[in-house]
Design a protein around this ligand. Structure first.
Ligand code: CAA
Length: 263
């Protein structure tokens, strides 16, 4: 199996809007199928945003027609077990899930297979009315490999995840909303602006507290309640070492807006 190197062509577009970093998937000819080049560039861009102090939240967006139609089937159809196991490709989804800054998926059109998994690796999902989710891997002889069985089950429960993964059936944005997979469903023409609005809202919050809150919420998915409560409390206490806690509480008492500095 030939592994394509990082291509000269930009598989993603990267821009900033104040404290918000925006990564747009850019393989329209393949409905943003997530090949090696695209995912490498995505992780690089994510790491650049993580390292940039002015960036406080990150959006991953696709086009109106497709967020992403999955991992690139044409890159793996002839692969062997040994080749697949030695390939770091799928760990790039894990890296998105471990991003140190809040991430929002702006989803319109197809979010299938690895595309659905990429959206679920983000903290929040803003979906357009035309968004279509699904884990159709069973239809091509495999199973989700970038987190689908784990993240979908945690998000919507065992019975529903089981049905969707075993049948490969697609589901709409409304269904995703009613099952708690996405945060909001908005008209197609405003899915990106709504994602930006949410990203700016979060970016304005004290970043150390935002990180503590994300870490604690993510912990809730993995541990028993007592361990989770202890983890939460330690993070709560640790924030009393920050300027933003002093400023936030002082501003409340003085009946004014707080000015958070990220320290
Ligand atoms: N990989 C590679 N190419 C893909 C692709 C994918 N996942 N999805 C779409 N494309 C390509 C098509 O091959 C086609 O290219 P050509 O014009 O060169 O033939 C182009 O994108 C447009 O696609 P269609 O002509 O199929 O467009 P459509 O509107 O008729 O159908 C679709 C859209 C329903 C999304 C259909 O493309 C589709 O079913 N795609 C595959 C979905 C899928 O199975 N995803 C899971 C992939 S495996 C995976 O993700 C594993 C994992 O867990 C990580």
């Amino acid at each position: 199996m030939d592994r394509p190197q990082l291509t000269a062509k930009k598989e993603i577009l990267v821009e900033t809007d104040g404290p918000v970093g925006l990564i747009t998937l850019n393989r329209p000819e393949a409905l943003n199928a997530l090949n090696h080049g695209l995912m490498e560039q995505l992780v690089e861009a994510l790491e650049d945003f993580e390292a940039a102090p002015p960036i406080r939240s990150i959006i991953i967006a696709g086009s109106e027609r497709a967020f992403a139609a999955g991992a690139d089937i044409k890159e793996m159809d002839q692969a062997t077990v040994a080749q697949m196991s030695a390939d770091p490709h799928l760990t790039r989804w894990d890296r998105v899930g471990k991003c140190a800054k809040p991430t929002i998926a702006a989803v319109s059109g197809f979010a299938l297979g690895g595309g659905c998994e990429l959206a679920m690796a983000c903290d929040l999902i803003v979906a357009s009315e035309t968004a279509v989710f699904g884990q159709p891997e069973i239809l091509i002889g495999v199973i989700p490999g970038a987190g689908g069985t784990q993240r979908l089950t945690r998000a919507i429960g065992k019975a529903r995840a089981m049905e969707l993964v075993l049948t490969g059936r697609r589901f709409t944005a409304r269904e995703a909303l009613s099952r708690g997979l996405v945060n909001r469903v908005v008209p197609v023409e405003s899915f990106l602006s709504e994602a930006k609005k949410l990203a700016h809202e979060i970016a304005a919050k004290p970043p150390i507290a935002v990180k503590a809150a994300r870490d604690a919420i993510n912990k809730a998915l993995d541990v028993d309640i007592d361990t989770g409560l202890t983890f939460e409390r330690q993070h709560f206490y640790s924030l009393f070492d920050t300027q933003d806690q002093k400023e936030g509480m002082k501003a409340f008492i003085e009946k004014r807006e707080p000015k958070f500095v990220g320290k």
